[in-house]
Structure formats: C-alpha cells, structure tokens
Design a protein around this ligand. Structure first.
Ligand code: AMP
Ligand code: GLY
Length: 422
C-alpha cells in the first residue's frame, strides 16, 4: 500500500521510521517532511496545513492511508476533507479534534461529564479577567491561551501579579494571536505528571504505554514551558492510579465525545497530573505527542500500520493488542539556544555521522534543513531528538547522552536530567 505522513517534526520522522518497517507498505511519502524523513520517505512539497493540496495529492497518487502528525491540520478538518474525496485519513475529524483546538471546550466537556480536572474560569474580557484575579484567594494559578499555541501558551504563575502579566501577553499584546483571544485560568495542581496516549476508533480503546515529558526548558523543571524537552517511557504508576486513569478519565472522555456526536478516531493524548486526590486532566491533544512518539515507537514491537488502518476504518476491535519492548526508552531533545524564545536558524549541525544508530538508538530530526550540496542546518527550536533504549533508565540515559556528546551546533542546549527520576 501507499502511505503519506503529514508533518515535518521529530514525531513525523519517528512515524516514517516505524511505518517504513511495515511489510504492508510499498511506497511512503512525507509532506513536507525534513532531512531525516527524506532518507525514508519521498518528500512531497506541500505544507502540513495545505489541506486542498494534500487531498489533491492523495487522490492523484491513490494514497491508501494518510497519517497526520500535527494538530493544526486536524483542527482545521483535514480528515473531513479526505472523507469527502473517499480517501482514508488517520486522525480525529474536525469536531473531535476540538478537544485540543479549544481548551475551553475541553474543560467544559470535562465539567459536563464529571471528568476530573482542575477548577477553571474562562475569560475574553481583560477587565473581567483582572477583576477575577483581584478577588480570588492569593496563591499560585495557571494561565492558558485557549487556542493552539504549540505548547507555549501555558504560564504557571506564583501569584495574581504574575497572572496579570500573563493575561496582558495573551489578551493585550496578543502574543499567541487569535489563540489567545480567550484565556483559561486553572487551579494550580501538584504531583507527578504523565502523558497517556490512547489509540481509539471511538469504540475500542487501547491505551499505549505511559510516558513522562519534561516541558520546562531548563533542568530541575525551571524556565518557561516548551513543546517538550525530553521523555522517558515507561513510567511506574500505582495499579490503583492506573485503574482510575482509565475508568475516570480515558474511557469517559471517549464516551463523552461519542455522546456529544463527536466520535473520536485517532490518538487521544491526555496530559495528566497524579495528585494526592487522584488523576486530573491537564490537557488533551488530538494526536501523538512530540517527543513522546519517538521513545514510544522505539519500544513498539508490533507493526503500527494495521493499527492505524483499523482505527481509521473503525475496526480496531479485531486487532491484537500492541506488544511493547519492556525496556526503558529515553528521548532527549537538542534545541536551539534561546528556545522557546527567539533563536537563530541556519547554523550548521555537526556530528550526526559519528553516531552509530540502530534499533536501540535513533536520532530523529525535529527542526533541520539541508543546504543544497549537503550541509545540515538548524531550522527550528527543537532541532534533534536523540532516542535510546536500555535495560533500565540509567542505561537508556547513558546511551542517549553519549550520542548527544557527538552532536554539535552553535548554542545547542539540552536538559541533562531527562528521565533522571526514573
Ligand atoms: P499543558 O500544555 O496544558 O499540558 O500545560 C503545560 C504544563 O504546564 C504542564 O505539563 C504542567 O507542567 C503545567 N500545568 C498545566 N496546567 C496546570 C495546572 N492546572 N496546575 C499545575 N500545573 C499545570
Ligand atoms: N510533548 C507534548 C505535546 O506533544 O503536546
């Protein structure tokens, strides 16, 4: 069969790497892809949000399955467009993807269906938002831009003064554009965090292995939030907590969407905080996480393609449960100096040829570009995602960080503590 992967980051490089291994796949394309995917899939010169162009390509090339990585095309309705042209596209349709597209919708869905999350308050008016902050109990609070902001629209504030500054960024300075037209305040929760991604066709629900992202840019969880600086999987979760996550959050979310006429088919990502009172939803994403995908796919023994096909066709029930490598996988992101703020692009990347990759170690390209003639250059905030397997966290970390030592670009930054807590 012919498969098209849509996107250009580390997640999509990992998807291409895994899909390429499937005996079902004769031809693989990636739109637009990156220098890493180009070694595995034919590049297609179409942006991930060029819905009309992608549909035309899929029809002309008779693509059997299109797999969408990022949230933007899903939230804009790429799956609906493909359906109109009778082309199979993996991912939730526009109505279901709203669970990520609007944090206000996601929070209200949880409230309507009693899915546990933090207390929250939604505002569009600056004065009203300020007066809410003036009149609440003192203490920390979280401010979120309601729309899509590439993981950077969340500010954890120590007090109302910091929260007011975050509101100014959103509603007045419009730092996140339209995505910040609405702000959501959330009760500040504490506890370990875990990302649980579930594969579902709206009926059958298959949770993947739990993973832990590290969102803050600096070690010790300091500094502003990023799209994700590194991941470890699996994460030990007490059996009782695990059962609560499934019965109180994952299953009810899929059913809630069904009941509201938004059948969900695709990867549903729940960002969770494991509080002393039980698990709480911090956010939903309508797709695989980046960089969660990289270590998860390194651990996935099963062929991914039949699972994707069955989900898109609504026949997941007939599939065998995925088989996981029991070892630990760690992914460390090497990012541009300055990210998630301003950073330089176009800096030469050295050392990839010094890294011996294989089934236990992969360097996925996240934000790179190839200069005509050869040099690899930085082209984004997150540049490379070094992903390694090991018998335990220490071994996986050792392998990933040894590879990172070989890599170099001006200003390269990575967190030294990914997976250090085991
Ligand atoms: P989100 O993109 O909504 O997952 O938020 C990014 C990060 O901000 C999370 O991974 C948490 O570390 C933190 N965060 C988000 N919501 C809350 C909350 N209600 N309480 C405490 N921390 C939060
Ligand atoms: N790593 C978090 C995300 O993909 O949203």
């Amino acid at each position: 069969m012919k498969v098209l992967v849509v996107g250009s980051g580390g997640r999509e490089h990992a998807l291409c790497w895994k899909i390429r291994q499937s005996p079902l796949v004769q031809k693989l394309y990636c739109a637009p892809g990156n220098p890493g995917t180009a070694a595995l899939a034919d590049p297609v010169d179409l942006a991930a949000d060029d819905l009309a162009g992608l549909v035309r390509f899929a029809v002309a090339e008779k693509i059997d399955l299109t797999v969408v990585g990022p949230e933007a095309p899903l939230c804009r309705g790429i799956v609906d467009e493909f359906q109109k042209h009778k082309r199979l596209c993996f991912g939730p349709n526009k109505a279901a993807a709203e669970i990520e597209g609007s944090k206000a919708f996601a929070r209200e869905l949880c409230r309507r269906h009693r899915i546990p999350g933090p207390g929250f308050w939604v505002y569009t008016d600056h004065q009203q938002a300020k007066s809410f902050l003036d009149n609440r109990e003192p203490g920390p609070i979280v401010v979120k831009a309601a729309g899509l902001a590439a993981g950077k629209g969340v500010t954890v504030c120590r007090n109302s003064e910091e929260a007011k500054a975050a509101v100014v960024e959103c509603l007045e300075r419009r730092r996140f554009g339209d995505a910040g037209d609405t702000v959501v305040f959330e009760e500040f929760l504490e506890g370990p965090e875990v990302s649980l991604i579930t594969l579902t066709d709206g009926q059958t629900i298959v949770p993947l292995e739990p993973a832990r992202d590290h969102k803050a840019v600096f070690d010790g969880d300091q500094g502003p939030n990023t799209g994700g600086m590194g991941v470890i999987t699996p994460v030990a979760i007490l059996p009782r907590m695990r059962a609560q996550i499934e019965s109180q959050i994952v299953f009810p979310t899929v059913h809630a969407l069904n009941r509201e006429g938004r059948r969900y088919q695709g990867f549903l990502y729940a960002g969770l905080m494991l509080t002393n009172q039980g698990p709480r939803v911090l956010e939903y994403n309508c797709r695989l996480g980046d960089p969660e995908t990289q270590p998860l796919l390194l651990r996935l023994c099963s062929d991914l393609v039949p699972l994707l096909l069955a989900t898109a066709e609504g026949k997941l029930e007939a599939q065998q449960a995925p088989v996981w490598d029991p070892r630990v996988a760690v992914c460390v992101v090497a990012c541009s100096g300055g990210y998630p703020g301003e950073f330089k692009k176009g800096l030469p990347v050295f050392g990839l040829d010094r890294v011996a990759t294989g089934p236990d170690l992969q360097v996925f390209h996240a934000g790179t570009a190839q200069r005509p003639g050869g040099d690899l250059l930085t082209a984004g905030g997150r540049v490379l995602a070094v992903t390694a397997l090991g018998d335990d966290a220490a071994a996986a970390r050792q392998r990933a960080y040894a590879a990172l030592q070989q890599l170099e670009f001006h200003g390269m930054h990575y967190r030294p503590d990914i997976g250090a807590k085991g």
